[in-house]
Design a protein around this ligand. Structure first.
Ligand SMILES: [Zn+2]
Length: 468
């Protein structure tokens, strides 16, 4: 059969034989084509399978939960940006944006499912795990008034590393039982697929705020307190039950980071169950969530989906001494990270870290991605700038600076530390703190190797570009 495929093409470039990829029309036996596609599709199929699986388990979870369980779906909505209003142009600006953390709650009252949407609104714009933990404790204060039967809390969120899917959020899952008396299971949707119900909930609120601010005689809204007061007054009438909370700018206690030792292979997990055992905070982890009849009742050993869902793997959370609290970065610094958006990742990037950025399809090197060593952290370009590799950065945008590693083969890279530094838009950063092993330290050509697991994780963090 005849198809168009990206093919390796060898060319001479500056006296060296280089491989590049080009879209060529070729004749190929069907079986060879199948083999070519197999590897690419395997990853795509696995990603799709996990996405479907988690979505199905969520549906089971939220319809079949027993009366001693409260179910939550949480996420940050995009910050609300205040619109300019005539009345306050001369006033001191408290804030130009507010944080909105959406917490959708399901519980049973006399057997019937009740749904309440909580909005935690704040001038505190740090979307970190400590903010999330603070909101969860406020939420618990509300939940225990609703039902005295509650014994478990099942939570769903995306896998954002700065807020939900990292060792410190997992430590909170482990501690939750000692804080509230409820055991917590936190589940992660597979990333990268559309918007959920919480996006809609956040959008409704923001539309109402914008509408009010654009009215000639609208109420003056200039900070989180005003927003909460306005929403409490005007947003209680509909059939959806809403609760509005104001989180004060200094309410979240960040003196204790609640840090702990890492959990291996954390990024591939989709379910984390906290419990306390012999005075220690512990978690069990699974690759996939399960809310089959037996798992819903805690009869894990009789799980109906054992062909897919592995047993819980148990870890004791080991607290770490508090690190320097003047350090305001809120991500787990030392951890290899391949999920979360480019802005979260580039925020956590430090000088000396190895990071990966997108390589365009059909790039001359045939690279799956580019590796760089960071030499300057995220910076705002005040004027247009250009590096020695013809990368242009526009004014008013954020970029990071690094030196390239040259790929020798799949597992081996050479650090080009005498080549010109490269400027890269911060949103292109896809993986950070990549673990490399140094093999030789010859000046200007230090060699490093990368494990297959790390390579695959980086490969999977790149955006999907399916060629039809
Ligand atoms: Zn099960």
């Amino acid at each position: 059969m005849s198809v168009k495929l990206f093919q390796d093409v060898e060319t001479m470039y500056e006296g060296r034989l280089r491989k590049r990829k080009d879209l060529l029309k070729i004749d190929i036996p069907a079986m060879d084509l199948v083999e070519k596609c197999r590897v690419k599709f395997q990853k795509f199929i696995k990603h799709n399978f996990v996405y479907q699986w988690q979505a199905t388990q969520f549906k089971n979870c939220v319809t079949e939960f027993p009366s001693d369980v409260i179910v939550s779906v949480v996420d940050f909505a995009e910050n609300y940006t205040f619109k300019e209003q005539n009345e306050i142009q001369s006033m001191h600006w408290w804030s130009n944006q507010v944080t909105i953390f959406v917490h959708i709650t399901y519980y049973r009252s006399q057997g019937e499912i009740q749904k309440v949407v909580h909005f935690f609104i704040s001038d505190d714009k740090k979307h970190d795990t400590l903010f999330v933990q603070h909101c969860f404790m406020l939420h618990w204060g509300w939940a225990r008034e609703q039902s005295t039967e509650l014994r478990q809390h099942w939570v769903w969120s995306d896998g954002a590393a700065s807020q939900f899917k990292a060792k410190r959020p997992f430590y909170f899952v482990g501690r939750y039982q000692s804080l509230t008396g409820l055991s917590m299971i936190w589940n992660f949707f597979e990333s990268g697929h559309g918007k959920g119900e919480h996006d809609g909930a956040g959008a409704v609120i923001k539309r109402a705020l914008t509408h009010e601010q654009l009215k000639a005689d609208g109420e003056v809204l200039k900070n989180a307190g005003d927003v909460v007061e306005f929403l409490r007054k005007h947003f209680q009438d509909s059939d959806v039950k809403r609760v509005f909370w104001e989180v004060g700018i200094n309410d979240v206690n960040r003196e204790n980071e609640w840090n702990c030792e890492g959990i291996p292979q954390l990024r591939t997990l989709h379910s984390v169950r906290g419990y306390t055992w012999a005075g220690s905070h512990c978690i069990g982890v699974r690759q996939l969530s399960c809310y089959c009849y037996n798992c819903t009742r805690g009869l894990w050993k009789r799980c109906a989906n054992r062909a897919h869902v592995t047993n819980w793997e148990y870890h004791t959370m080991v607290p770490l001494e508090d690190m320097d609290t003047s350090d305001t970065r809120h991500l787990d610094n030392e951890m290899f990270m391949t999920e979360g958006n480019g802005d979260q990742l580039s925020d956590a990037l430090m000088v000396g870290d190895t990071f990966a950025v997108n390589a365009e399809e059909g790039n001359p090197e045939g690279a799956d991605f580019y590796l760089l060593k960071c030499i300057q952290t995220k910076t705002l370009a005040t004027t247009a700038i250009c590096d020695g590799w013809d990368n242009n950065i526009g004014p008013g945008t954020f970029y990071v600076t690094g030196v390239f590693y040259e790929r020798i083969d799949d597992a081996m890279f050479r650090l080009l530390d005498s080549a010109p530094p490269a400027y890269l838009y911060s949103h292109l950063v896809r993986s950070i703190k990549i673990p490399l092993t140094q093999i030789s330290n010859a000046p200007n050509s230090a060699l490093y190797s990368i494990s297959l697991g790390a390579y695959e994780a980086i490969y999977n963090s790149m955006p999907w570009d399916l060629v039809e």
